[in-house]
Design a binder for this molecule. Structure first.
Ligand code: FES
Ligand code: FES
Length: 158
């Protein structure tokens, strides 16, 4: 199939890429932009591994056609650190041992960022609700909840 030119704004940079018109945002991020932090999981909208932010709102990139988000700012996990300094959520996940295999972690981090950006001091229930679409097979979630709470306590959490 003939590739088509497509413009995306990702992590503060504008990109024009040639992509198969039927490819999802997940495929374009990973295959055309080499942003492989966003993970392939179920590709059915059920696991959250492919979560990215569109103007700060979590979306499932496996179910999104890039043309539908060409005019919004996409944030992937590669966009969280600031010039080599980890985002408070990334530090908190490391400190709390909230990543084991790590496959769910990029999606978790972005879902948590969207939560803290709109609700800086969420309750445990609000955290659970915010990441309810992100499945983790490893941690049992407690460490993830505690990491998000740790980041929320950080004055620098953004
Ligand atoms: S890979 Fe997108 S929801 Fe599972
Ligand atoms: S850390 Fe392995 S799936 Fe969450």
């Amino acid at each position: 199939m003939t590739k088509e030119l497509l413009t995306l704004r990702v992590n503060g940079e504008r990109h024009t890429v040639a992509a198969e018109p039927h490819h999802t945002l997940l495929e374009v991020l990973r295959e055309e932009l080499q942003l492989t932090g966003t993970k392939h999981g179920c590709e059915l909208g059920e696991c959250g591994a492919c979560t990215v932010l569109a103007d700060g709102v979590p979306i499932l990139s496996c179910l999104t056609l890039p043309v539908l988000v060409s005019d919004v700012e996409i944030t992937t996990v590669e966009g969280l650190a600031d010039h080599g300094t980890l985002h408070p959520l990334q530090s908190a996940f490391a400190e709390e041992g909230a990543a084991q295999c790590g496959y769910c972690t990029p999606g978790m981090l972005l879902a948590a960022k969207a939560l803290l950006d709109t609700n800086p001091r969420p309750t445990r229930d609000e955290i659970a609700q915010a990441i309810s679409g992100n499945l983790c097979r490893c941690t049992g979630y407690t460490a993830i909840y505690e990491a998000i709470e740790r980041a929320a306590r950080s004055a620098k959490a953004t």
